[in-house]
Design a protein around this ligand. Structure first.
Ligand code: NDP
Ligand code: A1CAB
Length: 273
């Protein structure tokens, strides 16, 4: 599994984090090629791993088993045009991490019904703690699914969805999700300060509490509501805070925010489709 060849088109933040994860998990750097218009991005990438780099997209894609498209959605049409002649002559898997662009657009821009896996990752991939949602077009073989999953598992965990439309929900939950937790943490730090802690102390307590809660949720096997109840002593302090959140409609607030996020993802798909 670790010997298949991978071409990255776009060598920015997400590509370098995936390449870092892949090489750390044993994938040979010699079988990874990356192309980018920015020599600065390529220089940074070679400090992450000794992969082959260049500025010619088609040359990087040539002979690859998996071509990973890691550029912004706005330049995707141009990038597909640059590799279309190579894709026409190969049976490579196209794995794209761009937000919003539908599979039908790739196949139109590539002028072929290429096998495409769409992936929605998130920024904790930079630390190997990402969460990715994946969707495969019908042309994707079982070996190609395994390869796509192996690539994303190198930077965290991944789940498959059955319908392309579900990627809007994945974006709402995990793609954009880190930002919600950062906002909640910012709010807790500010509240801690207003209650009398200095900023550094409040920040350290919030960060560790967030990490500890996430680890308990992941590792204890105990349902989330049960974990919450275990903190909430009858007639104690947590009960008051939870009652305040519930009375002010926290659950509805979260539902509305994720619905707005998913709706924006749909809008983007329509603009780029
Ligand atoms: N950041 C996030 O939280 C998430 C990002 N994504 C997706 O990941 C993708 C990549 O994002 P990210 O890594 O943050 O972006 P970056 O801007 O860091 O990387 C993209 C790279 O592609 C280069 N590039 C631009 N045009 C071309 C071209 N024609 N051919 C080859 N390379 C080109 C850019 O160069 P230059 O800078 O000179 O333009 C840049 O180095 C996006 O589609 C985004 O939607 C998905 C989920 C989460
Ligand atoms: O905010 C965005 O549009 C991108 C997609 C998911 C995370 N960041």
């Amino acid at each position: 599994m670790s010997d298949f060849s991978i071409a990255f088109i776009g060598a920015g933040n997400m590509a370098s984090s995936i390449i870092g994860g892949l090489t750390a998990s044993g994938h040979r750097a010699a079988s990874i090629h990356a192309a980018d218009v920015s020599t600065e991005s390529l220089e940074h990438l070679t400090r992450v791993a000794p992969v082959t780099t260049g500025t010619d997209n088609a040359a990087a894609a040539s002979g690859a088993d998996v071509i990973i498209l890691a550029v912004k959605p706005q330049v995707m049409a141009e990038v597909c045009a640059s590799i279309a002649p190579v894709v026409a002559e190969s049976d490579a898997l196209i794995l794209t991490i761009a937000a919003g662009v539908p599979i039908a657009s790739y196949q139109r821009w590539l002028h072929t019904a290429a096998p495409v896996v769409r992936c929605m990752p998130n920024t904790p991939s930079l630390l190997g703690s990402g969460a990715s949602g994946l969707f495969a077009s019908p042309e994707v073989s079982s070996l190609q699914r395994e390869r796509a999953q192996a690539i994303m598992d190198a930077v965290g965990t991944s789940v498959w969805v059955e319908e392309e439309q579900q990627l809007h929900a994945v974006t709402a939950v995990s793609g954009s999700g880190p930002a919600y937790f950062f906002l909640f943490m910012e709010s807790m730090v500010n509240a801690g300060e207003r209650l009398g802690l200095d900023r550094d102390t409040a920040t350290a307590l919030v960060q560790q509490t967030c990490l500890g809660a996430a680890r308990m949720a992941l590792e204890s096997g105990v349902p989330l509501d049960e974990l919450r109840q275990r903190v909430t002593s009858p007639k104690g302090t947590t009960e008051r805070a939870i009652a305040s959140f519930e009375a002010q409609g926290l659950r509805e607030l979260v539902h509305n925010a994720l619905t707005a996020c998913s709706a924006r993802s749909e809008e983007l798909s329509n603009e780029l489709g």
